[in-house]
Write a new protein. Sequence first.
Length: 333
Amino acid sequence: MDIPEPGAHEGSVLVEAIAVGVCGTDVEIVEGKYGWAPHGQPHLVLGHESLGRVIDPGPSSGLKKGDLVVGIVRRPDPVPCPNCAVGEWDMCRNGLYTERGIKEIHGFMSERWRIEPEYAIKIDPTLGILGVLLEPASVIAKAIEQLEMIGRRSFWEPRTVLVTGAGPIGLLAALSVKQSGFDVHVLDKTETGAKPDLVRALGATYHSGSVAELPFEPDAIIECTGVGQLISDSIGKIGANGIICLTGIGHGGAVRKTSTADVAAASVLRNNVIVGSVNANKRHWYKAAQILANADRAWLSKLITRREKPENFMSALERKPDDIKVVIQFSAV
Ligand code: BGC
């Protein structure tokens, strides 16, 4: 459909879209299971994983024409709650936050979009199209910060980190944790192909069995699938004082029964923490931009396995077996 030129009220920075990444949340929105259109409007423009080129920086952004930028997804609630008031909109307490392309504000899936200068993150220009990975990387930067902050409750010297799931989030988690020098293990059901190769290229270890069978107890687990069985096995496997950070959102599925009292007993006796983590604030976007800037470009480029034209967006939403990250490309970098 034709979308009108973005209005000045959407932000003083005018951006030409380069690419928009597609993720499970977009599929859920299209299926009508999640997402909210802006009040009084019949539709929501999708797209929360953005990358664009500044066409008009406006009067006060500090940006220049041609800069590559990515738009922050979440906006603070208008009340605001204490967390939104201090810029921690990722921890919004009252649920009245909005999210571009997800909740009540249009996303970035249009040829031109506008953004408020304080929500535009300038990326290293040498990243080019790889900058579209910044949004998923920001979600991981927050998850890792959660692990670090919770770890500080006691003396904690984590060495072994397990990442469950080798999709884009899992692989970006492995990259980020590896950059901090940890012994990284990634577990996914895929046995061959790009995913194991990408994990090994990072210097991390790839596993395709079950979490329960792993021959070690991880100090931290970053769960990136939302699959019930993996979560329940992770609770049984995490080492003493270990932390499991859940980033995936799943839908039940067949799980061998673990009673809540057993989960509690295991967590109590070994001081374990299970923490959920969603979204990211500006600090996490900044850290994620550093992680991408420091990453090997050839490795990152293998994460983008398919580029579709905007007119083929329905095909971009379909999951194909070899897909890691699919992007819709609006213009050349
Ligand atoms: C996005 C987050 C968002 C979450 C919930 C995820 O796909 O990456 O930014 O907060 O969905 O709406």
